[in-house]
Write a protein that binds this ligand. Structure first.
Ligand code: AMP
Length: 294
């Protein structure tokens, strides 16, 4: 496996592979790899001839300097894990390599999708994400890129970005990988104490309770209240949002209305020193001809 630090080198390596007729799979990450990241690699290995992972903790998408500093980094272990998973080349540039002049004067504004949910608590977060993803795609060229549904809003924004800017990249969304007790895998979980780690399961439990509410025919607002109640009653949890949203544009559904089709439940909460997010699909009961709802 090749380790690449320079933008020009990464571009040349991928261009040479394309010249040989190989398809390119890109897996963008911030490192501190876990099985969630490796599921993206597995999807890329299954679909593409040449798989490249990027490992870059992007300062532009962090609000507070303390959060950026505390973000876990472990490049040596990441390289071993990536190689064992079948990655052919890792692009791990320094901050100076990616942003030689500091914050770039051209940034990518991702529009209304970025203003809701995570955007409310982290105002410039998605601008930072959209800017670095655009740079990575500019360097990678024609390829498929693999993103996790764990960051559901990010995935929606990246899909929109690629469509709006005609970037030659196919976006592949991959399901969330969870621990045995339901907690969505995240590099940030490493920063939880054992009691916080136990408390963190409240996010998934609230989503499951919300899904049950939707499945039993509750309104979107009732499902949200169910999730809120569970988060509020959980120890060590500072709820941020618990929302029933349209799965494409992530607009909050009318709380009074019974949802008509599959929707997405999304939650965010503080747990000790970290902020965690999670989400789950939920389907309302099918009504009408051929189905009896008890
Ligand atoms: P990150 O390193 O946290 O920026 O994540 C890099 C990519 O891995 C993103 O596309 C994430 O959505 C994805 N990812 C992170 N955690 C998981 C997970 N538990 N399951 C699936 N994908 C994940």
């Amino acid at each position: 496996m090749e380790l690449i630090g320079r933008r020009t080198d990464w571009r040349s390596v991928l261009e040479a592979r394309r010249q040989k007729g190989e398809s390119i799979g890109v897996v963008p990450t911030m490192g501190a790899l876990h099985d969630g990241h490796l599921s993206l690699v597995a999807a890329a290995v299954g679909r593409c001839d040449f798989v490249t992972m990027t490992i870059f903790v992007n300062p532009l998408q962090f609000g507070e300097a303390s959060d950026l500093e505390a973000y876990p980094r472990d490049l040596e272990r990441d390289l071993e894990v990536a190689e064992a998973a079948g990655v052919h080349a890792v692009f791990a540039p320094s901050v100076e390599e990616m942003y030689p002049a500091g914050k770039p004067s051209t940034v990518v504004a991702p529009g209304p999708l970025a203003a809701r949910l995570e955007g409310t608590s982290r105002p410039s977060h998605f601008e930072g994400v959209a800017t670095v993803v655009t740079k990575l795609f500019g360097l990678a060229g024609a390829s498929s890129a693999f993103f996790g549904e764990k960051d559901f809003q990010q995935l929606a924004i990246v899909r929109q970005l690629v469509a709006d800017l005609d970037l030659p990249v196919e976006i592949v969304g991959c399901p969330i990988v969870r621990e045995a007790d339901g907690l969505a895998m995240s590099s940030r979980n490493r920063r939880l104490s054992s009691s916080e780690r136990e408390a963190a399961t409240a996010l998934f439990r609230s989503l499951v309770a919300g899904r049950q509410a939707v499945e039993s025919g509750c309104s979107a607002g009732e499902a949200e209240q169910t999730m809120h109640a569970l988060l509020q009653g959980a120890p060590r949890i500072e709820p941020d949002y618990a929302v029933a949203a349209d799965p494409i544009n992530l607009e909050r559904l009318d709380p009074e209305a019974k949802p008509a089709g599959t929707l997405r439940l999304l939650v965010a909460a503080g747990v000790g020193p970290v902020r965690l997010i999670d989400n789950l699909a939920a389907c309302p009961p099918v009504t009408g001809a051929g189905r009896q709802i008890p």
